[in-house]
Design a protein around this ligand. Structure first.
Ligand code: IVH
Length: 656
């Protein structure tokens, strides 16, 4: 009688759990559920001999183990090879196509959790285990039992080992961290860590509280169940009562693969759990067997990993470097990590203030993002992961290259030794830059080599290199052709307009736009050298900082001598641009929007600037004219609102 009631209650509650968790449909009310559960717990307490293996009471935790038992997987638990971009996916498809004609794939979400093997005998759950090294894992049965979406009894009395992923939903993760915050406990970095931490608990009460979930996605010996395709395996697992993710799709051809990958790359943020990629599997299981395995991974499946927008890595060392202006910068030397498709091992830490305000220390784990998709940036350090012996950051007081004392200006430190080696190399690299003298063929390392071999010390040495042609030609890596090209490019740079030279000199705060304004205003280098602070400050966009810096630069006799030497080498010292001051563009600010059909944006910008105008990125009350191409954006609307003069492409062309 009591045994029957226990069985009945177990079935009612298990069905209610199934309806609730899988079908999203509560078959009984919460109050009824609690009543049944209390009745069951009371009966089980009095009659432990009748407690069933699949009792829902076992899921509230309580089982405590003394250590994790090692288990050996009957069939190894494999992980997948990774692919990172479209090309890698195409390569994977091509390799498959070498063995299989017209393969059909199943694409699935790659759940960001931890892999689990769930073992059933006669339809009853008997063991849950971690992957471990793929052959030997750890027994986590006591914790797996607390996961409501892992069935304790299957709908068929089968012996089966299924593989899946234990994960924590974003909602549960947020709830957990809020609780931890209230209790002044260390916050968990992400749902995967939270799930892994919960599973690695000896006391199952903790896992029970953590509200974990599980999706299953693989039967390692599907053919034994007469299952012919992976999509049938997914259906079968669902029929057995497992939680199977509903977003898997059968696709064929590279287009189908890329479409699925692109769709979920965009939609991943709308899911209630985290995914870190897409898994691609050959659907036909006989074909899977034909493709086989490498030593580590199946050849019939791969995992496309989303580019990380943000990663955590260890900051091994803070290293100081010297730039061309003598500025000494702290840099983070990182344990290499992959971030948005590239491996990052270094990042700038900007200056003392940046490091101090964020309390970044050597040995810290730091969060990295790719700012503007190119420059990796350390955004914060994770204080909770400190060991306690990380040294507080201290800005160096001497130049890391020449040991000269540093001088502080604004928030930055500068090496004041103009002979400092590192500073000179950086200056030389800047001199040849595309926006500066535009000398092609010089990689940073060639300049460094030439500097170290004594061929290049100062800018004027570039123009003496031709006398060492024979010597340079036999240097490793140089042939006659590349030296000729290099020397030709150096000769060509002699004809550059003045603004390139001004920018190439590397005067602090003088960027290429400012250099152009200065060149245009003074026309020759001698006029620039003789310009007073008041003359300089008259130029639109030149303020106190720039004017003072220019004056300071030309006060230095060494710099004047350098310019004289460049003059001797016949480097042009005049402004060669358009100086038509009656131009309609003169002193006006233009904004471009939409796509122009007959001219590129860069060309239009150059034209406007050469005719004395400025080009800005956004419309404001200071804008004089908006030039509108096809499909203009919000700038057009704003210009209308502000009643700003608008030209279409044809009107603009009239002035070209
Ligand atoms: S299939 C032999 N499918 O990603 C095939 N794995 O290295 C076994 N994962 O270790 C894995 N979602 O922990 C598969 N839908 C999915 C997955 C998935 C997440 C994890 C799993 C595996 C790793 C791949």
């Amino acid at each position: 009688m009591i045994e029957n009631r226990i069985k009945e209650l177990t079935e009612i509650i298990n069905k209610a759990n199934y309806d609730y968790y899988y079908l999203n449909n509560s078959s009984i009310s919460d109050q009824e559920f609690d009543r049944y559960m209390q009745e069951l717990i009371a009966l089980e307490a009095k009659h432990p001999e009748y407690i069933r293996e699949d009792s829902p009471s076992r899921r509230v935790g309580g089982e405590v183990i003394s250590e994790f038992k090692k288990i050996t997987h009957e069939m190894p638990m494999l992980s997948l090879g990774n692919v990172f971009n479209e090309k890698d996916i195409k390569d994977f498809d091509e390799k498959v196509r070498k063995e299989i004609s017209n393969p059909v794939y199943v694409c699935e979400l790659k759940i960001d959790g931890l892999a689990v093997s769930l073992l059933y005998k006669d339809g009853k759950f008997v063991r849950g285990a971690t992957r471990g090294d793929g052959v030997t894992g750890e027994d986590i049965t006591h914790n797996v039992k607390t996961i409501k979406t892992v069935p304790m009894t299957l709908t068929e009395k089968v012996d089966i080992d299924v593989r899946g992923e234990i994960y924590m939903s974003l909602k549960s993760f947020e709830f957990l961290n809020e609780e931890r915050k209230k209790n002044n406990e260390i916050l968990l970095a992400n749902p995967r860590n939270a799930a892994a931490g919960s599973i690695r608990q000896l006391d199952s009460k903790i896992a029970a509280k953590r509200d974990l979930d599980c999706f299953v996605y693989h039967i390692p010996n599907a053919l034994d169940y007469n299952i012919k395709t992976h999509s049938n395996a997914l259906e079968y697992m669902k029929k057995l009562g497992f939680n199977v993710n509903s977003n898997a799709e059968v696709v064929s051809g590279i287009d189908g693969l890329l479409e699925y990958v692109n769709k979920w790359s965009e939609k991943r943020g709308s899911l209630p759990y985290e995914i870190d990629g897409i898994v691609i599997k050959v659907n036909n299981i006989e074909e899977q067997e034909k493709l086989g395995f490498t030593t580590k991974h199946p050849k019939w499946a791969t995992a496309y990993k989303f580019p990380a927008l943000e990663v955590i890595t260890k900051l091994k060392k803070i290293k100081f470097t010297v730039g061309r202006t003598g500025q000494v910068t702290p840099n983070a030397i990182l344990e290499p990590v992959r971030l948005m498709g590239s491996v990052i091992s270094k990042a700038t830490l900007h200056n003392e203030e940046y490091v101090v305000s964020k309390d970044i220390r050597e040995g810290d784990f730091v969060k990295l993002i790719k700012a503007g998709d190119v420059i990796p940036r350390v955004v914060s350090s994770i204080k909770e992961r400190r060991e306690g012996n990380e040294p507080i950051f201290e800005m160096t007081k001497i130049c890391p290259i020449c040991n000269h004392d540093l001088e502080k200006k604004d928030s930055n430190y500068y090496c004041t030794n103009s002979l400092c080696g590192a500073r000179n190399i950086e200056k030389l690299i800047h001199f040849v830059n595309r926006d500066a003298m535009n000398i092609e063929g010089f990689g940073d390392s060639i300049i460094e080599d030439f500097y170290n071999m004594g061929y290049l010390k100062k800018f004027d040495n570039f123009y003496e290199l031709k006398s060492y042609k024979e010597e340079l030609q036999i240097l490793e890596g140089f042939g006659e052709k590349s030296i000729n090209n290099l020397l030709e490019s150096i000769e060509k740079s002699k004809e550059n307009s003045l603004e390139r030279l001004i920018y190439a000199l590397g005067i602090r705060f003088v960027g290429n736009k400012t250099a152009k304004l200065i060149a245009k205003r003074f026309l020759t280098i001698d006029n620039v050298i003789n310009a007073s602070y008041d003359d300089l400050i008259q130029i639109k966009d030149v303020g106190d900082r720039i004017a003072s810096s220019v004056i300071e630069y030309f006060k230095n006799q060494e710099n004047i001598e350098l310019i004289e030497s460049l003059k001797d080498k016949k480097i042009n010292m005049k402004y060669l641009g358009n100086i038509n001051s009656n131009s309609i563009f003169e002193n006006k600010t233009f904004v471009l929007t939409g796509s122009l059909k007959t001219i590129t944006r860069d060309e239009a910008t150059l034209f406007i600037e050469e005719n004395g105008g400025n080009v800005s990125n956004s419309v404001s009350k200071n804008t004089d004219v908006l030039i509108v191409g096809d499909d203009p954006g919000s700038k057009y609307k704003k210009a209308l609102e502000l009643e700003i003069e608008i030209w279409n492409e044809e009107e603009f062309r009239e002035y070209l």
